[in-house]
Design a protein around this ligand. Structure first.
Ligand code: NAP
Length: 232
């Protein structure tokens, strides 16, 4: 049976590469894109399905779930990949409205999309949810490494990923029939960091692809990178 897979923010970067690799692995992939033009171009390049999906817009999220229900009747793999790094400032000069907008995408976007798709994931016998988090959201890593300088790791971005990792853990407990895990792609060259990352998008997508393709006896409620378990 086909594996139906949705990747949010699939029009570029790590999401695009994840979509390409899961397509190559035989999944029926649909990418979600908030920008119609960029989405069309990416879906045409990849030869995959396209859904207009702005994770901050409930109507858009509900419309995407309805489209997948009509086209496929279920969802097997949800990759919550969409995110922004829009607030690059020390906390003391961070505007709360700007921080809220970033959390709305990086954290609540995953909540909105997951909740809209849970009924379709329940129709799958092998449901997997992969939340694309980051090492910079780890308490242990933040204490161990020098991540307190806002120019090294923007604090609101880090906070959004800490919360996304906890969201993952909580869903894993609420949804025992599904495998729900958080992925840390590692520092990857994309628009998100002005291509300063050290890894390729293929390396960055390794852990996401692995979690999307877990066997039925695979783990749930984990926080892992390409090579390691990420300390909470
Ligand atoms: P990217 O190239 O900037 O891609 C981000 C994607 O998210 C784009 O497709 C973007 O769409 C989409 N997006 C943003 N806001 C959205 C919204 N409201 N609704 C729908 N889509 C939205 O960044 P990336 O590096 O590939 O990031 C992918 C994931 O990896 C993110 O969760 C990021 O936090 C995580 N991550 C990245 C790194 C790294 O070093 N790059 C490290 C750890 C974790 P538009 O084209 O419309 O902007």
């Amino acid at each position: 049976m086909d594996t139906i897979t949705l990747v949010t923010g699939g029009n570029k970067g790590i999401g695009y590469e994840t979509a390409r690799r899961l397509r190559d692995a035989g999944h029926t992939v649909v990418i979600g894109a908030r920008d119609a033009g960029r989405g069309r171009a990416a879906a045409a390049d990849l030869g995959v399905g396209l859904i207009h999906l702005d994770v901050t817009d409930q109507a858009s999220v509900d419309g995407a779930a309805e489209r997948v229900r009509q086209d496929h009747g279920r969802l097997d793999v949800l990759v919550n990949n969409a995110a922004v790094n829009s607030v690059v400032a020390p906390l003391e000069s961070t505007d709360a409205a700007d921080a809220a907008a970033m959390l709305d995408t990086n954290l609540l976007g995953a909540l909105r999309v997951t909740n809209a798709f849970i009924p379709l994931l329940r129709e799958s016998r092998h449901a997997r949810i992969v939340n694309v988090s980051s090492f910079v959201g780890s308490f242990a890593a933040t204490l161990e490494h020098d991540m307190f300088d806002w120019r090294v790791v923007p604090p609101v971005y880090a906070i959004s990923k800490t919360a996304l990792t906890m969201l993952t853990l909580r869903y894993s407990r609420e949804l025992p029939g599904m495998l729900v895990n958080a992925a840390d792609p590692g520092y990857t060259k994309t628009d998100l960091n002005d291509h300063q990352g050290t890894q390729t998008v293929t390396e960055g997508s390794d852990v996401i692809v692995r979690l999307a393709m877990l066997a039925d006896d695979g783990p749930t409620g984990t926080y892992v990178s390409r090579d390691d378990v990420v300390p909470w």
